[in-house]
Design a binder for this molecule. Structure first.
Ligand SMILES: NC(=O)c1ccc[n+]([C@@H]2O[C@H](COP(=O)([O-])OP(=O)(O)OC[C@H]3O[C@@H](n4cnc5c(N)ncnc54)[C@H](O)[C@@H]3O)[C@@H](O)[C@H]2O)c1
Ligand SMILES: [Zn+2]
Length: 379
């Protein structure tokens, strides 16, 4: 029996134009976003509602995979502005940047009265309800997950109209990130019945709605379902943790700047195959994958076949979404891959997500998974 806890303090609003009254009584609003959101006027989603007499400042210097230098700049701005409301608007990058800025600013000044609202514009990271923030050290080519309850937002706003403009490739990458979060949380060694419930629902929603949202981007029902799936998966892994899929993706993305969800998608079939023991002796994790197969009506009487059906389905999904199915096709040459391999595997082994992987892993296992995922050759 697994001993654990489940903590979800964030109020979640969902639906078109669902933003609750987060601004009343607030006089200093600090908005963290990226240049695209700012330059295309999307920040008006918040600024149009700011009361007369209140002031705001927009920090829009966040780029995909936020870097520690951007965070330091944001901390300086936040300390100088002294907000009583922090709003993160954007994908996982601005949300994680806002979390890190808040975290480090609170070491310098008392922000205990600050409210923190997150408005995601991708359906992917679940960062609006997670106690994770992923920060990149560009010089070292490493991504660090910061994990702390202090990073949990007070309010999450899941408005599908903000996601309708997402290009198909980003819908695909971020959608597969959701699937990876839910699958990793579902097999994690720290899962509970509570995280399972959220992961199960998330997996069903992704299975049913991701391709639909990809093909009909402006359908707000499909977008809402994927937004909900992302948030549910975020709540699941915030409590249960992730696994080596994320450890390997962090190291790969940190080194080669492959979008986070794409890196996860490339690795997912190989990681599931390793964790299930498909090429050798089946592990207890194979039963968990078989349970997911049952949820999706892919189950057979054999655990091995059921786990394999799930792995094949993930591969088919990735193809249907037009994503590369191996690291080579993501544009990484053999020479640059081999030069980076030992360090990436070391980094992945040390990543905090490795500790909740359901199966024990050694350095050589991680190297083997990377090698198979580079060539796309099945074991
Ligand atoms: N904190 C967590 O729990 C967690 C979990 C998974 C990933 N991450 C991190 O989150 C980051 C990735 O976040 P992401 O995948 O959401 O992407 P992102 O925030 O990096 O955005 C990707 C691109 O999409 C654009 N974009 C965002 N919303 C848009 C919209 N509505 N319409 C058009 N374009 C839009 C952005 O401007 C950007 O160019 C990575 O750094 C990853 O490591 C964090
Ligand atoms: Zn992720």
């Amino acid at each position: 029996m697994i001993v654990g806890s489940f903590y979800l303090p964030t109020r979640i609003s969902m639906g078109k134009d669902c933003m609750p009254d987060i601004l009343s009584g607030k006089s200093r609003v600090f908005i963290v976003t990226d240049r695209f959101m700012h330059e295309t006027g999307r920040v008006s989603y918040i600024t149009d509602k700011i009361n007369e007499g209140a002031s705001y400042e927009v920090f829009s210097e966040v780029t995909p995979d936020p870097d520690i230098t951007q965070i330091s700049k944001g901390v300086e701005k936040m300390l100088a502005f002294e907000p009583d409301l922090l709003v993160a608007l954007g994908g996982g990058s601005p949300i994680d940047a806002a979390k890190a800025i808040m975290y480090f600013a609170a070491r310098e000044k008392d922000f205990s009265a600050l409210s923190f609202v997150v408005i995601p514009t991708t359906s992917g990271t679940g960062s609006e309800v997670s106690r994770f923030a992923v920060i990149t050290d560009s010089e070292k080519g490493i991504k660090y997950p910061l994990v702390d309850d202090k990073l949990l937002p007070d309010t999450a706003v899941l408005d599908p109209s903000l996601v309708a403009s997402l290009p198909p490739a980003v819908t695909a990458d971020t959608g597969i990130d959701v699937l990876t979060h839910a699958v990793e949380a579902f097999v994690s060694n720290s899962r509970t019945d509570f995280s399972d419930a959220m992961a199960e629902k998330s997996i069903k929603l992704v299975y049913r709605y991701l391709l639909k949202a990809y093909k009909e981007p402006e359908n707000l029902d499909y977008r809402q379902r994927m937004h909900n799936a992302s948030c549910l998966a975020g709540a699941a892994f915030s409590n249960a943790g992730l696994g080596i899929n994320h450890s390997l993706a962090h190291a790969l993305g940190g080194k080669f700047h492959i979008p986070h969800g794409r890196a996860n998608g490339i690795l997912l079939p190989y990681v599931m195959s390793f964790n299930a023991g498909c090429t050798d002796k089946l592990t207890p994790t194979a039963n968990r994958y078989a349970k997911i197969s049952r949820l999706l009506d892919l189950e057979t009487t054999s655990v091995r076949q059921s786990a394999l059906n799930l792995i094949r389905t993930a591969r088919r999904f990735i193809e249907a979404l037009g994503m590369p199915s191996n690291i080579k096709d993501a544009g990484i040459s053999q020479a640059e891959f081999e030069a980076a391999l030992p360090e990436m595997a070391e980094t992945a082994l040390k990543d905090s997500c490795t500790s909740t992987n359901p199966e024990y892993v050694r350095l050589e296992d991680l190297i083997g998974i990377y090698q198979a995922a580079w060539s796309g050759k099945w074991w």
